[in-house]
Design a protein around this ligand. Structure first.
Ligand code: ZN
Ligand code: ZN
Length: 283
């Protein structure tokens, strides 16, 4: 595989992070595949939440069974290869490299400072991208990318094709490049890597352990003190999305307001164990 030029390496890593986050989400949500008979995982998640609220000690067992079953089913129906972290890392690296290479040159080295200064460029790449933009952004994309994605049932032509799959990834890539570092860098100094999975080369974003959405309520009800509202955890994109799928705002605020509390849950431990093994070659 041709390597990515040095001056594009930083952008490539951001792109691969966006892409692998989307891949991980597809793979961990088997119900998004329309071919499958409608077995609603959303529904089971909701009922687990109810159980968790009712009996905090028993819930993780219920979680394990439901998820293990769902995973086994997903493996049986699709090519099971991608459930293996090494294969998934290889696959993500390959798709990311092929796709990144097909991007317009100016997007391969773009950084925040040149983006904000360049109004032309901003209007040329108006966000968010849709499936219609993808062929224009990636005119020379190797057809093997579409083939591979569909072989692993990540995409399903013609409704959920490669263009629709890649559009939100291209959007989050350009969004990442056009967004200034959001939090005081001071809080990042303690985080060597993602505070859940420990991966340390990956882009981190901060998660409000007490989600902002419920700040007012949390203080009013006496769940938390005002000064604790800004506690954050630095998480990779995949773990951040996982945490928000795992529990709603209020549940996060009341039960999972520290990394330690999150890590006590079996479901979180299993996730961290799995995603933490997803490492790129040569690191
Ligand atoms: Zn992580
Ligand atoms: Zn968050």
């Amino acid at each position: 595989m041709t390597s990515i030029p040095e001056d594009q390496q930083k952008n490539y890593e951001i792109f691969r992070d966006c892409l692998s986050t989307a891949l991980i989400e597809k793979i961990s949500q088997p119900q998004s595949k329309p071919k499958r008979k409608p077995r609603s995982k959303r529904h089971s998640t909701a009922s687990q939440t109810r159980i968790r609220n009712g009996n905090a000690t028993k819930a993780p067992d219920v979680d394990v069974d439901v998820d293990a079953e769902a995973e086994a089913e997903a493996e049986a129906e699709t090519d099971s290869d991608l459930s293996n972290a090494d294969s998934l890392a290889d696959f993500a690296d390959y798709i990311a490299a092929e796709t990144f290479r097909a991007l317009p040159a100016e997007l391969k080295t773009l950084d925040y400072h040149s983006y904000v200064k360049d109004a032309d460029l901003q209007s040329r790449y108006a966000l968010p991208f849709t499936g219609f933009d993808t062929p224009q952004l990636l005119p020379s994309l190797d057809p093997s990318v579409a083939d591979s994605l569909s072989a692993y049932a990540i995409t399903r032509e013609p409704t959920q094709g490669v263009d629709e799959f890649l559009a939100p990834i291209l959007t989050s890539y350009l969004t990442a490049l056009s967004t200034p570092p959001p939090a005081p860098r001071a809080t990042l100094r303690e985080a060597e890597g993602c505070e859940l999975c420990g991966r340390d080369w990956i882009n981190l974003s901060y998660h409000h352990l007490i989600p902002r959405f419920v700040h007012a309520k949390a203080v009013r009800r006496g769940w938390h003190r005002e000064e604790d509202l800004q506690n954050v955890a630095w998480l990779c994109g995949a773990c951040h999305r996982f945490v928000h799928r795992f529990a709603g705002h209020e549940e996060l605020a009341r039960k999972y307001y520290t990394v330690e509390l999150l890590m006590e849950e079996e479901g979180v431990k299993r996730w961290v164990d799995w995603v933490g093994r997803l490492r790129w070659k040569g690191r």
